[in-house]
Write a protein that binds this ligand. Structure first.
Ligand code: NAG
Ligand code: NAG
Length: 647
């Protein structure tokens, strides 16, 4: 039974959302977020097919990556399958098929999976947990031993809600096959009930002209389609070369028609409500930039920060107010109070920015409190317009090491100073910082944290972030539904609605026989308070969604589950004691029920129970409920090891 091709180890851990960054840290430079896949080629292993099939229904993307390989060598070889997923995606399925036998993946509570895994390791079986993250990626890796002449198929499924940034939904597929692949294919089908208004696709590794017939894209009405199918010759880096040109991002962007500010969709008792009004005047903003100028910012980082601030100043509108707070061992400010972004003041601001130099330690607490205090004072003393909104943008590259340094104390100070009045955005530059603190603190104050990666484009990353929050159209947004009509509602209040983004609320109808569904969105605009009312006939809406050829059935329910889990995990970051346990239990239940790999669950690929090899293992056959399964481990013949995965 122990033939050489037993997968030596199949791991799985796939925390779609590493503790470090989920989910908002995935920085979107010019909107970039993205999955990718690579197949490591070992001599003799031929990857003969790679397919990515995506179905996007109302922004909810269901992606299946399938790779097939054959071992052409005359000895067993190991083959690894790597997929890099967007940090905001959840893996929902993985199967491995070797010579026609399929090993399915099961989602289990992380602790359970980990114990099984540790047990396997302690018994000397090869096992591996793999976790790595790049800019916006988390890596999924599986490695198996494939016998001479045998074939293996990897199939990975992940789901993601595409978020709207700067007026577009974006989907990134990073493509890196590392060898010529006979059948290489990307197929994306988009179904949007509002109708598609634009659709584009491009590859970073080649101009669209050269792609020629390999790339097709089209849209009409509610449907859009993109396919990329380069022939072997089109994959070659030069006419007679054997290495592949395919290496980089494949990007799809689209947007939908917005005749009305909102769209409500209902399927099987679950609804989703998208809200993105157009053409409203921008609410003037009061923005305080709190910038870390400690010694560690020296060199390229401080230069990039200056460059980004100069560009941001170019985008300031005359109605806006601003100031700069610099913190190192102590705190200094450009001006005593916020000043209006007049041409003259902006000129002086530019001159000031050019003089910013690094020095000393990191007094993050005092820097933040100074910025927050300044916004509070400006409001109290009517230095800023009544109908304006305030924002704090903090940039740091290190941990607090002077003044108040206890993270909990900093968090408490900031919370007490902001008191929910305006959002705090934390930008973490590089890796030598307490990102968890930045993340938790920003979430608690209605903002979010982003990582700024130390790279040549850091200034563009900073600017890109600013552009997302530069144009608030509404503040104090409340999405309301008739009392008792909705159950299990996701987040329905937002401090700001920014131009080019979208608010998404989902829930379950309390009464499935409801005829008419009504929603009110209230917010404060630049000129007056606004209410947007949307009323739809439930039966009509359901009927309009019957074009099932493009739709995978219960997408709204899954979208609801995705959003609910995402929000529970966020809330959990600032919860303690019983509250935290409750949030954890709810998120775990939903992750297991909907088969999502989250930070609370792992995917385990198991060897079929009827396999002697496993059943024979001491302890396992009688080892309780999980008997017959080795977690994350499908064991190879005795003594065989998977060198790539040993810890
Ligand atoms: C996972 O994928 C396999 C193979 O496509 C399929 O048979 C199975 O039903 C899927 N499982 C889930 C939970 O979707
Ligand atoms: C490619 O190889 C063919 C056959 O070996 C040869 O005839 C041709 O000149 C080569 N083309 C280039 C650009 O090297």
């Amino acid at each position: 039974m122990a033939s050489a091709w037993w997968p030596c180890l199949v791991l799985a851990l796939l925390s779609g959302l590493a503790a470090s960054g989920f989910p908002r840290s995935s920085f979107r430079l010019l909107g970039v977020s993205l999955p990718l896949f690579i197949l490591w080629v070992v001599d003799g292993i031929e990857v003969y097919s790679t397919k990515i099939n995506s179905k996007v229904t109302s922004r909810f993307a269901h992606n299946v990556v399938t790779t097939r390989a054959v071992n052409r060598a005359d000895v067993a070889k190991e083959v690894s399958f790597d997929v890099d997923l967007p940090k905001t995606a959840f893996i929902t399925n993985f199967t491995l098929t070797i010579d026609g036998i399929t090993y399915p993946g099961n989602v289990k509570e992380k602790e359970v999976a980990k114990k099984q895994y540790e047990k396997a390791v302690s018994q000397g079986k090869t096992a591996g947990l793999v976790k790595a993250s790049g800019r916006k990626l988390e890596k999924f890796t599986v490695s198996v031993n494939v016998a001479a002449g045998s074939k293996v198929t990897f199939e990975l499924t992940y789901e993601e809600l595409l978020k709207r940034h700067k007026g577009k939904y974006e989907m990134y597929l990073k493509v890196q096959p590392k060898q010529l692949v006979k059948h290489f294919e990307i197929n994306v089908d988009i179904f949007e009930p509002q109708g598609i208004s634009m659709l584009d696709a491009e590859a970073s590794f080649i101009t669209n002209d050269l792609l020629g017939s390999a790339l097709t894209k089209s849209f009409s009405g509610k449907k859009g389609h993109v396919s990329f199918k380069p022939s072997l010759d089109q994959q070659r880096s030069c006419p007679n070369c054997t290495d592949s040109l395919l290496n980089g991002d494949f990007t799809i962007t689209y947007d939908v028609n917005r005749e009305s500010p909102a769209s409500v969709q209902i399927v099987n008792g679950y609804f989703v409500h998208f809200f993105a009004p157009q053409g409203l005047p921008v609410v003037p903003k009061n923005v305080v930039f709190v910038i870390d100028v400690s010694g560690s910012m020296a060199g390229r980082k401080i230069q990039q920060t200056r460059d980004a601030l100069l560009k941001i100043l170019d985008d300031m509108k005359e109605e806006d107010y601003l100031n700069f707070i610099l913190f190192s061992s102590d705190v200094t400010t450009w001006r005593e109070h916020l000043v209006q972004a007049t041409a003259e003041n902006l000129q002086e601001a530019r001159a000031f920015v050019k003089t910013i130099e690094e020095r000393g330690m990191t007094n993050l607490n005092d820097g933040l409190l100074r910025g927050i205090g300044m916004l509070n004072e400006a409001r109290e003393n009517h230095r800023v317009p009544e109908r304006s909104t305030s924002i704090v943008i903090m940039l740091t590259d290190g941990e607090a090491n002077t003044g108040v340094t206890n993270p909990e104390k900093i968090q408490e100070n900031v919370r007490n100073a902001i008191r929910g009045k305006f959002p705090l955005y934390n930008l973490g530059f590089g890796n030598n910082l307490n990102y968890n603190l930045l993340d938790a603190m920003a979430l608690e104050n209605h903002g979010f944290a982003r990582r700024i990666y130390e790279d040549s484009d850091a200034d563009l990353q900073l600017q890109g972030f600013y552009e997302e929050v530069a144009n608030p159209l509404l503040t104090g947004v409340e999405v309301e539904y008739p009392e008792n009509a909705i159950l299990d509602l996701t987040q329905n209040s937002y401090q700001h609605f920014y131009d080019g983004s979208e608010i998404v609320v989902s829930g379950r109808l309390a009464d499935e026989d409801l005829n008419s569904f009504k929603a009110d969105v209230k917010g404060h605009g630049a000129i007056n308070d606004l209410t947007f009312t949307e009323e739809v006939d439930v039966k009509e809406v359901e009927k309009a969604l019957q074009e099932r050829d493009y739709i995978f059935g219960n997408y709204i329910e899954r979208l609801w589950a995705y959003l609910t889990i995402e929000q529970l995990l966020e809330k959990r970051k600032n919860a303690h004691g019983e509250e935290k346990e409750k949030l954890t239990a709810q998120a775990l239940d939903l992750s297991l029920k909907y088969h999502f790999v989250t930070p609370l669950t792992s995917m385990v690929v198991t060897k079929p129970e009827d396999n002697e090899d496993i059943a024979d293992k001491p302890g396992e056959a009688h080892g309780g409920p999980e008997a017959g399964e080795a977690p994350g481990v499908v064991r190879g013949p005795k003594k065989r090891r998977c060198p790539l995965l040993q810890h």
